[in-house]
Design a protein around this ligand. Sequence first.
Ligand code: UDX
Length: 442
Amino acid sequence: MEEQQKSSHVVLVMVTFQGHINAALQLATILHSKGFSITIVHLELNSPKPSNYPEFTFVSIPDNLTESQLSDKDIPGLVRSVNKNCAAPLQRCLEKILHSHHHISAVIYDSFMFCAQPIVDDLGLPGVTLCTHSALGLLFYHVFPQLNEKDCISGLESPELQALQLQGFHALSSQNPTEAGLEVGAAFANALKSSSAIIVNSMEFLELEVLSKIKQYLPTPIFIVGPLHKLAPTMCNSLCTEDNKCISWLNKQAPKSVIYVSFGSIANIDKQELIETAWGLSNSKQPFLWVFRPSMDRGSEWTESLLNELEESVGERGFIVKWAPQKEVLAHAAVGGFWSHCGWNSTIESICEGVPMLCRPFFGDQILNACYICNVWKIGLELQNQERGNIERTIKRLMVDMEGNYIRKRAMDLKEKAAFYLMEDGSTSCSFDGLAKHISSV
Ligand code: UDX
């Protein structure tokens, strides 16, 4: 297989968010190991580190994002600006690559960079969509907002999944998508229609029924290639510096005693919620490791005074970092729970380490992931509100109570299934071979 692909060249168009960058570079690493040569096209904002990947060619395109676009708290608004600003530079960039390389086997683009599909159509190149969210996310984004309640559950046999679909449907409907949200959703669905294949960073056994439902709607071949972080495990693609001191602190904690708290790379958390989070953690009496990112207003007077007060109150029991080596943290024996925003990467990483979750989704697919975690796989609890008393009680339910033991047991079972799935003859390697063949043949 590797020999056949020596001359095949894949261009991968990345978007600017941490979770998306991780998945794209992991995918590129695996395709390279299968013999493809790789060009990464990335935006100027949040450029990856080319020195980590000397075997790839990196090309940067201007994003021309203004201060006001960058400070847009509405993620679909930012995604819309990125696509508007980057379409022309991306077209020029692909034309230039074509002139110098003569051949591009496929352009794989992050689903948030949907402006790529009409461009590759124009250039007569095959486009492949990379979804850094679940297959369930794909279903919702593809058929939403046309879906009604009845469509939503048709074709799903298990009552848990029917409930999940309805819950996700209502949660997403009640979010009243913004104008940008609707525009981005429509553009994404359009791009999917002419995409030659779809790649999803998931594991088949997690989403069997959903996958078969997607096939009713979408004729496009789908390659389920996850968990990418386990298949390309050595790379550190963090845009922020990882604070490894937390590992020495974890080494001193009792097994499964620590709750790891991280809300991913882009969720906006308001001041009151940060205050409640701090005091909920303090009152829970449980050891905790908290990722308090610089973008959570860190450095301002009020956050510094909150963190000082918290540190005074909890002493050695708590550890706060700006950015953690998350995969290492989740694999650490001291970590017994993950309070998460339920981003898809975080969800998959937690599943692979058997860590039960406390779910606080913020927007988009995070809401669907939380439904999966709490209602279908039953490996987590949903935080019903962000008030400190409730936080304290829910942490205890997950970390100390019998209920938490059952959830932990199911999380460990899922970890075993993931490990089995990853074994050499498992579906993942077949899926990659299928993807490699597809790219070489289109
Ligand atoms: C976004 C969306 O929120 C998510 O729902 C979508 O599916 C992907 O894009 P993000 O907020 O970046 O994701 O969260 P997530 O998908 O969980 O990715 C975060 C990544 O950053 C993970 O790979 C995690 O390991 C890493 N991380 C996070 C660190 O390495 N250190 C940290 O301190 C926090």
